[in-house]
Design a protein around this ligand. Structure first.
Ligand code: BGP
Length: 479
């Protein structure tokens, strides 16, 4: 299919991953334990993420830990990078595991073995002409900081993060041009464990803890942004948020108003602080109405103002439909955010509603509001893949999903949005963040690894691999 949009020649096509979901080698090179290392897979993980009261006390006899071996990128990165290069990737989004650099999070000096590993990965990428796009913290907080300090609830963690961020910004200043601070920072509003490093306890004032944790992250992020600009003025550093446009279920003004409020809270609260450098008025009112008293120290607001990001990295998987009052039956199952079922949309096998037009809406909304370049750093379809007798995987459903989203993003470019690039999520099959499963696959590259931990870890090219290669080679014209 021919696309009418001509993507810019310097458009950053590629794929996205995160250290904890792909590296494995969880105790190699002096690495410490991070949050993902202690989360079991399947239903237990879903329960831990959804319900309050998790304490990171895990029964090691009862559970297996899918992120421990993951897909063994730690040992197989050369082979994987060669496959990315074969597809024509211009960029590769990855994250640095905090626990490889500071295993317990609070050491004074970085771990050389960890630093050397990423040197090797960046060198390998450059050998193939691929630029790394690096997330400094992607759901990988050291467990020690969770246990000893209560995660991001503690202000002290700002100092530890600053030390870590400076260590990697210094070390890789000549190797990395594109950075992001915290992955999906607004996920803390709905699922604090992964990004804020704590679970809400029964009876705890959720927004007091979450807003305070986010405030600490805003300050920490702003400090990293400022430092990044200092060590390499050529580098660009962004925030990373989940963006899901929120539709009103119908034209009832109550529902429209509710949807707008939800959209501002979920999509703009973090973006406004990190891109515009100040808390927006609606957030102040929201926090006041929730009875939240933020502890803001002298200098914090100046730090936030000085540490504005250069671009907005965002993930887009789904839109959300809202109604002020909803019954249990109306609720959308599976969508990570609450909301009601949208009768016009189909959903993935995990209930994530598929909405390519929503991506165009999201991009226009964001660009109208912020006027800074955007970068789609995650988008994709989690699906069950079937390996045929001849070893092939005919993932036409994935091709269709990506084609429709790339087309929508082309339309948004025609609308005038400044888009830096597109890295589809899980370009190689990896462990799912929300379920810890291998069977929820996103990749162009199939990895022989299964939910029970079995598999040869062998890599093979899916049908979508050849399709994406063609898309990149034609600058998005041949979809
Ligand atoms: C985002 C995370 C990723 C990734 C993706 C898909 O929220 O940033 O880490 O995993 O979603 O989600 P899942 O793996 O749960 O299907």
């Amino acid at each position: 299919m021919t696309n009418t949009t001509v993507f810019p020649k310097d458009f950053l096509w590629g794929g996205a991953t995160a250290a904890n979901q792909m590296e494995g080698g969880f105790h190699e090179g002096n690495k410490g334990l991070n949050i993902a290392d202690v989360l079991p897979g399947g239903k237990q993980r879903l329960r831990i993420l959804a319900e309050p009261g998790f304490n990171f006390d895990i029964d090691t006899d009862k559970y297996t830990y899918p992120n421990h071996e993951a897909i063994d990128f730690y040992h197989r990165y050369k082979e994987d990078i060669a496959l990315f290069a074969e597809m024509g990737f211009k960029v590769f989004r990855m994250s640095i595991a905090w626990t490889r650099i500071f295993p317990q999070g609070n050491e004074l000096e970085p771990n050389e073995e960890g630093l050397a590993f990423y040197d090797r990965v960046f060198d390998e990428l450059h050998k193939h002409g691929i630029e790394p796009v690096v997330t400094i913290s992607h759901y990988e907080m050291p467990v020690n900081l969770v246990k000893e300090y209560g995660g991001w609830k503690s202000r002290e963690v700002i100092t530890f993060f600053e030390r870590y961020a400076k260590a990697v910004l210094d070390r890789y200043k000549d190797k990395v041009k594109y950075w992001m601070t915290f992955n999906e920072i607004n996920s803390g509003l709905v699922m604090p464990i992964m990004s804020l490093g704590f679970s809400i306890q029964p009876g705890e004032h959720k927004y007091q803890s979450v807003a305070q944790g986010l405030h600490h992250q805003f300050v920490a992020s702003a400090k990293a942004v400022e430092y990044c600009h200092e060590v390499n003025p050529e580098a660009q550093i962004g925030c990373m948020i989940i963006y899901a446009p929120v539709y009103a279920f119908d034209s009832n003004p109550e529902n429209v108003f509710y949807a707008n409020q939800e959209a501002r809270l979920f999509n703009n609260y973090c973006g406004d602080v990190m891109v515009r450098g100040a808390y927006p008025a609606f957030a102040k009112r929201f926090l006041k109405e929730q009875g939240v008293e933020l502890e803001i120290e002298e200098g914090d607001l100046e730090t936030i103002q000085k540490g504005k990001v250069d671009y907005i990295g965002f993930s887009y998987y789904m839109s959300r439909t809202e109604k002020a009052e909803k019954t249990e039956e109306e609720k959308a199952q599976g969508n990570m955010m609450s909301g009601v079922k949208n009768p016009f949309l189909q959903a993935s096998d995990w209930g994530w509603e598929i909405d390519p037009l929503g991506l165009r809406i999201a991009m226009n909304d964001m660009y109208d509001r912020y006027q800074v370049p955007l970068f789609i750093v995650e988008n994709g379809l989690g699906a069950y893949d079937k390996v045929e007798a001849d070893g092939s995987v005919n993932d036409d459903y994935r091709i269709e999903y990506l084609r429709n989203h790339i087309q929508a993003m082309g339309e948004a470019i025609e609308d005038g949005v400044d888009l830096m690039g597109y890295t589809s999520w899980g370009c190689i099959d990896l462990v799912s963040a929300s379920t810890g499963e291998y069977s929820k696959r996103y990749g162009f590259i199939y990895v022989d690894k299964h939910d029970d931990g079995s598999g040869t870890l062998e890599r093979s090219r899916k049908k979508s691999f050849h399709w994406y290669k063609k898309v990149i080679a034609s600058d998005g014209a041949d979809l």
